[in-house]
Design a protein around this ligand. Structure first.
Ligand code: UD1
Ligand code: MG
Length: 496
């Protein structure tokens, strides 16, 4: 994790002194960071202008790496500049995991989302420029379309530029991300009730789903060969697919609702919201590279290559802006990411799963989020009371985080008691029982973070974040290995 201290810090008094920024601005560290930022921008520009005279072509992926480097620097510069402004208009929160509960800027995910979207706008001409050249008679009408993709721009570089049909999907994805940004900011402003905000991503994803319906419309999925052989034992051809029809659209909707919300509820310690999105995005990039690199190095292309290249195009800038955000949100955080970031990042990840047609692979990378959601369900659906905040408790004496608890002022009902005692017996929660009456007085809140703490004992906030992100990375590695070893056996092929 980055070790450079953020350029401004909240004071223990609980207020932010932005003069801190002015004081450090002339320091050697600040100068060197300006120099390194300038150097990074220069590298970014060089990569964007990667015109190859010999082949008379350029590489959009390299250009996007350049854009992403610049978007990283821009986010790094904008967050400390805009932080005080955000606080001034009320986007702030108290860090409940620190002694003096300092007040720091919130909703910084909005800065990331904006930089991300602008990057993706600038990238449009690099990805789609003159794939189809049109002749006009001068009156503005398109008389003729000449596909030069296969003759000039694609010479010697298959799968780099996209046909214009992809532009619709690309723009629809950006529209969905933008809608998510607006709804996320609304949530940070109005602190919308959980049961209402749960469905906000369903609204944001509509442009993508409708464009998918009119433009792409693939609703077939590969099924495990043994399932298909049960239904149709004589089938010789593998892999086999079934058409899910409208169910496929419901599946996409469910993915778009699940991802942003699951990132948002695996939260409450510095660096975790942005950290988990960062780790998932890195593993998606690794998976994409397994398809894209062979096609580039050995000039062999595969039907899935284009989808994974598109996925890379969406994820690279997300990794860049998230890394910049993490530098400020990592322990001790000087900004919060806000629900805006969780929704936005979750939406981008859901989009690549949908457009790349690899939602099942994506789910393999989301095992901690799926676990946290199922584990949280009794509280989310109010079978067990759910306090406003379930983040781990800060022990003022030790400075460590401990599991937070939900208290039962009234004795829990029979069903609740059975559920609590059952979970406690398999060490999934920690309960406090009244020795006289035997009734449950309190229980640890049902989140993955609290569960880890009940198993490990109290931890410092950054160590706890490392443990959870370690679990995230570990499950992603397992998911990646399973995706390319066990699953191909079950499904009849690996589409590498
Ligand atoms: C979700 C969780 C909630 C958790 C909260 C923490 C559910 C149903 N909701 O709610 O239990 O407490 O996220 O983000 O599981 N904060 C910190 N340190 C951090 C991050 C956040 O103290 O590192 C506090 C700050 O006061 C911040 C607030 O959490 O202002 C943000 O909470 P918010 O994101 O609005 O909570 P929810 O997403 O609704
Ligand atoms: Mg939140």
């Amino acid at each position: 994790m980055p070790s450079t201290a953020p350029p401004f810090k909240p004071l223990p008094s609980g207020e932010i002194v932005y003069g801190d920024l002015a004081l450090t601005s002339t320091s050697a560290r600040q100068k060197s960071s300006w120099l390194s930022n300038l150097a990074l921008v220069a590298v970014g520009i060089a990569l964007i202008c990667n015109w190859n005279r010999n082949t008379q072509s350029y590489d959009p992926l390299l250009a996007l790496v350049g854009f992403s480097i610049i978007s990283y620097v821009v986010t790094l510069v904008l967050i400390p500049l805009l932080g005080p402004e955000f606080v001034r208009i009320g986007f702030h929160g108290r860090d409940l995991g620190k002694k003096d509960r300092p007040l720091i800027p919130e909703t910084m995910g909005a800065v990331c989302a904006l930089v991300y979207l602008v990057t993706m706008f600038f990238f449009i001409p690099f990805l789609f420029y003159k794939y189809i050249v049109t002749d006009t008679s001068g009156g503005g009408n398109r008389e003729q379309g000449i596909d030069i993709g296969s003759t000039l721009l694609h010479t010697g570089q298959p799968m780099r530029m996209f046909p214009h049909s992809k532009l619709a999907e690309y723009l629809a994805a950006l529209l969905s991300s933008f809608s998510m940004l607006v709804l996320g900011v609304a949530d940070d402003l109005f602190d919308i009730r959980w049961r209402n905000k749960l469905f906000m991503p369903a609204i944001a994803v509509l442009p993508l789903i409708f464009v998918y319906y009119v433009d792409f419309g693939v609703t077939r999925v590969v099924v495990p060969k043994f399932v298909y052989q049960l239904v149709s034992p004589n089938t010789a051809e593998l892999p086999v697919t079934i058409d899910l029809g409208v169910l496929y659209y419901l599946y996409m909707l469910a993915l778009a609702i699940f991802l942003p919300n699951s990132i948002n509820i695996l939260a409450g310690i510095n660096g975790l919201e942005a950290g988990q999105a960062f780790v998932i995005a890195i593993f998606l990039l690794i998976n994409d590279a397994l398809y894209v690199l062979p096609s580039r190095l050995f000039d062999v292309s595969h039907p899935a290559t284009e989808a994974h290249l598109l996925s890379m195009y969406f994820i690279l800038p997300l990794v860049a802006v998230t890394f910049a955000l993490l530098r400020f949100n990592w322990f001790p955080a000087s900004v919060f990411v806000g629900d805006t970031y969780c929704y936005f990042a979750g939406m981008v990840l859901a989009q690549v799963g949908i457009l790349g047609h690899f939602a099942k692979t994506l789910m393999l990378f989301l095992i901690p989020q799926v676990f946290n959601f199922i584990y949280s369900a009794p509280q989310l659906f109010h079978l067990i009371p759910c306090p406003r905040h379930r983040l781990p408790k800060f022990n003022i004496e030790t400075g460590l985080r401990e599991p937070s608890r939900v208290a039962f002022p009234e004795p829990p009902k029979k069903l609740q008691t059975v559920m609590l005692k059952l979970l406690a017996s398999v060490k999934l929660i920690d309960i406090e029982v009244d020795s006289k009456s035997g009734t449950v007085v309190s229980a640890s809140n049902m989140t993955l973070i609290n569960l880890v703490l009940t198993w490990t004992g109290p931890l410092r906030e950054d160590r706890l974040a490392y443990v959870i992100l370690g679990i995230q990375a570990g499950t992603c590695i397992a998911g990646l290995l399973a995706r390319h070893t066990i699953l191909p056996m079950i499904f009849g092929r690996d589409n590498l």
